[in-house]
Design a protein around this ligand. Structure first.
Ligand SMILES: Cc1cc2nc3c(=O)[nH]c(=O)nc-3n(C[C@H](O)[C@H](O)[C@H](O)COP(=O)(O)O)c2cc1C
Length: 193
């Protein structure tokens, strides 16, 4: 199995989402598994300068910046397609995803790679057979509450890619009870078989 781990907290040292994702990986990884790791905080680009309605620019019109954007997008799509299990760890930033995770979704959504259109124009996800674990942390926003726009958005994007098997582990409202919140998330991780 290939496990793809994606972290995106803008904080490296002391990051709860990164630490919990590491614990989760240790819990689920078998000795024969391969791990692909990506830190969105190290490298990310925004979709920009498009000339078509979707993510497309004719090759002969691509600037160096466009080329970099497509190179990263191709790499992210390949990593996604190759993986069997995906761990995405993310904090809530301003009630939604960190900008890097939103930018990742824009680069990962590629027609004929992660989704396609049926003859009737319906969007069909192409990554059905994968399992995703979401590790979500927050300061004050309760995951699953009406203020949490991250979790439903992220699930919706993954559903759009065809991924339905999604399990969420959360350490939310850490500014209210840090230890209790981490403990609850660790217990959820320990329960995973
Ligand atoms: C730019 C920014 C925006 C934030 N917005 C929110 C928010 O809307 N709701 C919330 O509960 N916490 C918010 N926080 C707190 C983070 O969610 C919390 O510190 C984070 O989950 C910790 O994860 P980490 O330790 O992996 O970085 C924000 C933090 C930052 C840096």
């Amino acid at each position: 199995m290939k496990i793809y781990q994606i972290d995106c907290s803008a904080r490296k040292k002391g990051s709860a989402s990164r630490e919990l994702a590491k614990k989760l990986l240790e819990k689920i990884k078998k000795s024969e598994d391969e791990v692909i790791y990506r830190d969105l905080d190290d490298e990310m680009l925004f979709v920009a300068g498009l000339t078509e309605s979707g993510m497309s620019i004719p090759e002969n019109e691509r600037t160096d910046q466009h080329k970099k954007m497509f190179e990263l997008s191709d790499k992210l799509v390949k990593e996604l397609k190759e993986s069997d299990i995906i761990i995405i760890s993310t904090p809530i930033y301003n009630f939604g995803p960190p900008a890097t995770l939103k930018a990742w979704s824009d680069l990962a959504a590629r027609v004929k790679s992660t989704f396609k259109y049926s003859q009737e124009g319906k969007q069909i996800g192409l990554l059905e057979s994968k399992k995703v674990y979401l590790v979500i942390t927050s300061g004050g926003t309760r995951v699953g509450s009406k203020d949490d726009y991250l979790t439903p958005w992220l699930k919706h994007v993954l559903n759009f890619f065809g991924i339905k098997n999604i399990q969420t582990i959360s350490a939310d409202q850490m500014s209210i009870d840090y230890e209790g919140s981490i403990k609850k998330a660790e217990e959820e991780i320990n329960k995973i078989i």
